[in-house]
Design a binder for this molecule. Structure first.
Ligand SMILES: NC(=O)c1ccc[n+]([C@@H]2O[C@H](COP(=O)([O-])OP(=O)(O)OC[C@H]3O[C@@H](n4cnc5c(N)ncnc54)[C@H](OP(=O)(O)O)[C@@H]3O)[C@@H](O)[C@H]2O)c1
Length: 300
């Protein structure tokens, strides 16, 4: 099947694919024969890009033509999936999903696409935020963080977000975050002392590293940590320069749940996502920051 491309998602995890596979993690025991097969770089999704081949990522596009053996797709259908960064591509039908054509294609890369899948189901099912609880979000002004924060406000939580500039702090406040701060001016520890004296119920982790370590010390008993990403570490994963988390015993001591996820696990539930998030968007409870940039800079 041939498709033309309307736009690609440039997710931070693509950084991981720009580096050679990390060496096996070192242990104190040189004779340790434990396999490192479970390392994230060993899965296709995180495997390095191949030299002389185009980069690829999630895209939205349109079917231009189909072979006689392709069932269920017709020219003009709107589709998403993974495609090379090229104006036109030849793709297997079974790697693509049809998407409705009633919203701009950009929506299906963002709130109703990978970003929505990376947010709605893991937040509700792993984070389980409840009315009156305190939620902390790192990388809060990014596509994922800004949506998580708005959802938590819709669920009646107190929401605190960290970001890297004063302008983004203002954007987070406009989105309804109760507290937002520039981590280059105030430490995460200071912010938590000020706004979460009683502790944090849900931590949405986009950055890993030292921020995660600090949050481990501030979680309430039975708190939940949603491991979404580790953007501060993508350039050093699996190397000695990677940040070593020191407070992991707090998971035991605080009876914490600390769980990761991959958005692709939820692809089958795209219809459910369209219904649930579409309604919140219609009701004005959620808006998409990325759409605004998308139309200005990216949309073809
Ligand atoms: N598990 C999954 O399936 C899944 C799916 C999608 C995304 N993710 C992950 O979710 C996270 C957020 O993604 P996104 O799409 O929201 O990203 P995004 O919109 O591209 O935003 C990324 C933001 O992260 C911050 N950042 C960059 N480098 C950093 C560093 N070294 N330390 C701390 N913050 C840094 C920057 O904001 P500041 O200026 O505020 O620092 C940057 O604007 C990423 O880790 C991504 O890989 C996971």
């Amino acid at each position: 099947m041939h498709t033309c491309t309307h736009g690609w998602l440039q997710d931070p995890y693509l950084r991981i694919k720009l580096y050679p596979p990390p060496p096996s993690a070192k242990t104190d025991n040189d004779n340790d024969t434990t396999s490192n097969d479970a390392d994230d770089s060993s899965t296709d999704e995180f495997a390095p890009f191949k030299l002389d081949e185009p980069l690829s990522s999630m895209f939205v596009g349109e079917v231009v033509s189909t072979g006689s053996d392709v069932q269920g797709f017709s020219p003009g259908d709107r589709v998403n999936g993974v495609a090379p960064w090229a104006a036109f591509a030849a793709l297997q039908g079974n790697s693509l999903q049809k998407i409705p054509s009633d919203l701009p294609p950009s929506a299906y890369l963002n709130v109703l696409g990978l970003i929505g899948l990376s947010t709605y189901f893991p937040l509700v099912e792993i984070g389980q935020p409840k009315e009156g609880e305190t939620v902390f979000i790192s990388g809060a002004a990014g596509a994922v963080g800004s949506l998580v924060g708005q959802l938590c406000k819709a669920f009646g939580c107190t929401v605190i977000g960290s970001t890297g500039s004063d302008n983004k702090v203002e954007v987070l406040k406009e989105l309804g975050f109760d507290h937002a701060f520039n981590y280059k001016r105030k430490t995460v520890g200071e912010a938590l002392e000020e706004w979460a004296e009683g502790g944090v119920d849900v931590y949405w982790d986009n950055v890993g590293g030292e921020t995660l370590d600090t949050l481990l010390t501030k979680m309430k008993r039975n708190g939940r940590i949603v491991a979404c990403g580790s953007i501060s570490q993508y350039h050093v994963l699996g190397t000695e320069r990677a940040y070593g988390v020191k407070n992991y015993f707090k998971v035991v001591a605080g009876c914490l749940k600390w769980q990761g996820f991959l958005a692709t696990d939820y692809v089958e539930r795209a219809g459910e996502l369209f219904a649930k998030l579409g309604k919140l968007m219609e009701d004005g409870k959620v808006r998409s920051l990325r759409d605004e940039c998308f139309h200005n800079h990216m949309y073809m």
